[in-house]
Design a protein around this ligand. Sequence first.
Ligand code: ADP
Ligand code: MG
Length: 340
Amino acid sequence: ESQLNPNYNFENFIEGDSNRLARSASMAVSNKPGGTSFNPLLIYGGVGLGKTHLGQAIGVRIKERYPEKTVLYISAEKFTQQFIDSVKANTRNDFIHFYQMIDVLIVDDVQFLSGKSGTQDVFFHIFNHLHQNGKQVILTSDKAPVDMQDIEQRLLSRFKWGLSAELVAPDFETRVSILQSKMFRDGVEIPEEIVEYIAKNIKTNVRELEGVLISLIAQASFNRKEFTLSLTKQIVDKFVKNTKKEVSIDYIQKVVSKYFEMDVTTLQSKTRKRHIVQARQLAMYFAKRMTKASLASIGSQIGSRDHATVLHACKTVDNLTETDKQFRKYVDELTKKLTF
Ligand code: ADP
Ligand code: MG
């Protein structure tokens, strides 16, 4: 099972200034896997900018050109889960051997490995084996290597060996082209004025761009309506409101306190009571995951703690989510509350 999805390919990936380097490096790697200096190729950037699409497109293209090669696409999260399972089942060596046999390994969202030292360790060994044998590794991440936290130095330095290419938000023309190509694929025609309205208002996330288009097509056909500007505005408004509901550290503290039925002041207090400490650690963990604030700034806003305390909180939460089912449930439920 290669986990490749042929719907993500280079043909339907629209080129623009925002992705030119990442796209051309991806194509170079697809044409000569393991044979360029782009090894590993690391593609990084924000949510919905095409990291998974490009990672998949590389795999799909290599499989077309080199059917004999073993290509595997996997999310870092799934990789972690497989590793944990293999440890439990006493099949750690099989796990490692399986990965060492692969010709092209694509690991999506490597930031997920942060704080997971056991998984990082095994990945380090797999990476070295593949690299030494001229096999191609492709990584994606929501951060540049310099900004990755809780990833071991030796692994980070490997990430920087090849090429790191950033994906940024597409400019207006590229957003219009992306919309047009999706319309063409779906065989719908939408007035230019409406396409431009969408492109003007949805700026930072291609997935949202698609979301508006899908919604618009669905609603227009369901109601047998024309594609009107007023319907478009309604839909765009919904999306824009969602993104504007930016998560602040204050908001995170409110949601976490409410979830554990305590006041924000209790959550920030100096007490060592276990359930309060846990709530505070969770607030710090989400602040790090969902905001751009530094560890020091998170610490000062959540009960005047220092950056080391925040770092420790993040590690503790990571460890507990891996080992403690109840705790995992807290994290999952809080994630839902914070993201909707
Ligand atoms: P990420 O992994 O960075 O969060 P994805 O790769 O899942 O983002 O992309 C989000 C959606 O936007 C996907 O459906 C993808 O096909 C689409 N997309 C992103 N960039 C482009 C592009 N340049 N051209 C066409 N579609 C794109
Ligand atoms: Mg992705």
